[in-house]
Write a protein that binds this ligand. Structure first.
Ligand code: UN1
Length: 506
């Protein structure tokens, strides 16, 4: 099953969701965002709030409990854990309208994106549950006669997970379920912007049968995250967020000489480019650009940041894109018609608006937005060359440059030279160009003739390289093993080894 079973044309579900949104007792519908919720407040007020927010449990106590719960959880047969995780997926779907409403209210998700959250979270659960059953079954390995060799994957202990606000249910669930289904226990820190979604997700996991102490939430800001990462009892860290924070985490895992060397799985940002040549279908390019750059207000790490148009079609495509941007509906995320919601908080709003103002001379297009609320106008910014953008702006701001026919390979190398490596798009009908992109693009996810967002669990394993993260890819076949300890057991079964039959001293 690869769907939350929600049809956007199903009026009953939309009505149910609208009612749930109205009944969700937290601030804002995207229009009163600035005033109503302290988490949307200025940086200073937000820091104060983070400092005064009482974590559900103090970090030290949370790790102590999760450690104590580890042995029993890891010893449960994988089938039991997998069944609990599948039950959890069912619960996520049963509670979908409530969870969607939380996504809309707390994270400003549009309704289609909120549906995506439920679907992706449930998909992660089912995919990882299915995979764990095979992966954690003991494997017999070949060896000489008289020797028995087995390889087992098991949990490592207690993981720390640090999740982002931009996929407050999907990525939060993916990280935590991967750790849990493989036998680990987890202390999870959600983003300070989205604690309520996380709390509800954890409650439902407990309801599904995950022991309370196997999955513990700690909430708060960067200070709580730092304290969690600094706890030497942690057996691994899964992080999604900024490149800078990932580096700080990597550093803090290494400074203590006595500390075990533990895995860090980091999924970070990108300066994602789409290259369009003269054989591309312009209407499709325009649609995919709108989707990739402006949907979710550009707040996906997969989002398109840099559009590279072949000189000969640049003016035509820009003209069509300008026209299409006029049709974007920017507004209340709870309205099913909305394409572009507000950005996550006042800090993000101010950062993006200041940058946007600083490049005003290069605007190629911008669109009006409602006066009240954290709406960053979708904006096209012209730049002279592919080399002129080297950092990620996490919002609905798309940079555009031109490239010359015959330089596809060189253009891809110039994108590679930014050293991010998350997503790249190519729009072309030339098979040779697709081949060049496939072999040259140093990215985790290459998308040809389609949008660059919305990676589907199991079909498009997602994650990058370089400054974009460590891998392995979430929703792919290599993700779970990273959460596991690998143990090989070799037994001499000859009489010389004394182990022809191991004594059973029951
Ligand atoms: C992220 O923004 O952190 O492909 C990840 C997508 C999502 C992944 C985005 N599944 O847009």
């Amino acid at each position: 099953r690869n769907s939350a079973g929600i049809d956007l044309n199903d009026r009953a579900i939309l009505a149910e969701t609208a009612a749930a949104i109205a009944a969700t007792p937290i601030a804002n519908d995207g229009t009163d965002a600035v005033h109503a919720d302290p988490r949307r407040a200025s940086g200073k007020a937000k820091r104060k709030l983070a400092a005064t927010t009482t974590p559900d449990l103090a970090v030290h106590e949370a790790v102590t409990r999760a450690q104590a719960a580890y042995a029993a959880w890891d010893r449960r047969p994988v089938e039991e854990r997998a069944a609990i995780v599948e039950r959890y997926a069912d619960l996520l779907e049963e509670h979908r309208t409530e969870l969607m409403a939380l996504c809309v209210k707390e994270a400003f998700k549009t309704i289609p994106d909120a549906i995506g959250e439920i679907r992706e979270a449930a998909d992660f659960c089912r995919y990882y549950a299915h995979q764990a059953r095979g992966l954690l079954a003991p494997m017999t390995l070949p060896g000489p006669t008289g020797e028995r060799n087995e390889l087992r994957l098991e949990g490592r202990g207690t993981w720390a997970t640090v999740a982002p606000w931009n996929f407050p249910l999907a990525i939060f669930t993916g990280q935590n379920i991967a750790a849990l289904v493989t036998g680990n226990t987890v202390v999870a820190k959600p983003a300070p912007q989205t604690p309520m979604i996380a709390r509800r997700a954890v409650e439902l996991a407990h309801e599904a049968g995950v022991p309370r102490d196997a999955f513990i939430l700690v909430t708060g800001g960067a200070d709580v995250g730092a304290e969690l990462i600094a706890d030497v009892r942690i057996a691994g860290v899964a992080f999604t967020g900024s490149t800078a924070t990932a580096k700080r985490i990597a550093h803090s895992l290494l400074v203590d000489e006595d500390r075990a060397i533990i895995p860090l799985i980091a999924e970070t940002g990108g300066v994602n480019a789409m290259i369009v040549d003269s054989t591309a279908l312009p209407e499709q390019v325009v649609f995919d650009v709108l989707t990739s750059a402006f949907r979710s207000a550009g707040q996906r790490c997969s989002a398109l940041r840099l559009l590279l148009l072949q000189e000969e079609v640049a003016d035509t495509i820009l003209e069509m894109l300008r026209g299409a941007m006029e049709l974007l509906v920017v507004g209340d995320p709870g309205d099913p018609a909305t394409d572009v919601p507000p950005v996550i908080d006042r800090d993000a709003y101010e950062r993006l608006m200041a940058y946007r103002a600083s490049v005003q001379g290069s605007w190629l297009k911008t669109v009006p937005v409602p006066d009240e609320g954290l709406f960053v106008p979708p904006t096209l910014v012209g730049i002279d060359s592919v080399d002129d953008l080297n950092r990620e702006w996490f919002g609905p701001i798309l940079h555009v440059a031109r490239w010359q026919a015959g330089t596809l390979e060189a253009t891809i190398e110039r994108v590679n030279a930014k050293r991010f490596g998350l997503t790249m798009g190519l729009h072309s009908r030339i098979a040779r160009s697709a081949e060049i992109a496939e072999t040259r693009a140093r990215v985790g996810n290459l998308y040809v003739n389609r949008s660059m967002i919305g990676a589907v669990v199991g079909s498009q394993p997602f994650g990058g390289e370089g400054l974009s993260g460590t891998g392995p890819k979430a929703g792919g076949p290599h993700y779970l093993p990273r959460f596991c300890a690998e143990r090989a057991v070799s037994i001499d079964t000859t009489s010389a080894g004394g182990n022809a039959s191991l004594l059973s001293l029951a």
